[in-house]
Each structure stands twice: as C-alpha cells, then as structure tokens.
Design a protein around this ligand. Structure first.
Ligand SMILES: [Zn+2]
Length: 124
C-alpha cells in the first residue's frame, strides 16, 4: 500500500501515513492485475531465410544449373512450410524464373520452325 497523498509506503496495519499523516484508508493499493505489464517480447525475431531457397533462386538465373536451382527451390519451399523459415517467396520466384527461362528457351528453339510453318502456310 502507498499513501495517496504523498506516495510514501504504508504498513498494512498503519491507519495513518507516517510521512504526511493522511488517513491510510484513502491510500492507493496496487493490485497484482494493475502491476502486471504487457509482456515484453523484445525486438521481433524473424526466422532465418532458408538456404536452399536462396541458392535455388540464384541458380535459377544461371544456365546449366537452372534445373538444379528449380529442384533446390522446391525442396526449400517444402522445408519452409515445415520449419517456418522464410524464403518461400524466393522459392516461388526461383521456380518462376527457372520455368520461365526454360519455356523461353523452348520458344526460341521452336521459333524458326513456327516461322517456317507460317511462311509455308502463307505461300500456299
Ligand atoms: Zn502520506
């Protein structure tokens, strides 16, 4: 208990404040609920990035290891979903880059044939 008038600590049995003489029954008592502060979690700790997602994302840009990067991204994303690590976005981006470049490569390889076919159809 603390004196409401001057804030001096009061004994449980004292009827008057020993410091200023104010009646102790008017003193403010702090209940445990009032003393309880919201828990402090400290700076937000974010989970680490999944290494496979990062490596896979980088590999997806490099020819020849693109397929490996795609596999690493998929494994990394599976790991992210089970461990709660970050990097799922990187994994998705790596897969998109890898698949996109493979499709682009196929399209470029097929382009002469498509053009030839269109050209043949035009001349007919
Ligand atoms: Zn007092």
């Amino acid at each position: 208990m603390y004196c409401r008038n001057c804030g001096a600590p009061l004994g449980e049995s004292s009827a008057f404040c020993p410091s200023c003489g104010a009646p102790a029954n008017g003193s403010v008592s702090y209940s445990p609920a009032q003393q309880m502060r919201p828990p402090y979690y400290g700076p937000a700790v974010l989970p680490p990035y999944n290494t496979l997602c990062i490596v896979g994302f980088i590999c997806s840009f490099i020819p020849y290891v693109r397929t490996a990067g795609l596999i690493l991204c998929i494994i990394g994303m599976v790991q992210c979903s089970s461990t709660g690590e970050r990097g799922r976005g990187l994994g998705i981006a790596g897969i998109a880059v890898a698949v996109g470049s493979v499709l682009l490569t196929i399209a470029l390889l097929l382009l002469p044939f498509i053009l030839a076919g269109v050209g043949a159809a035009m001349t007919m």
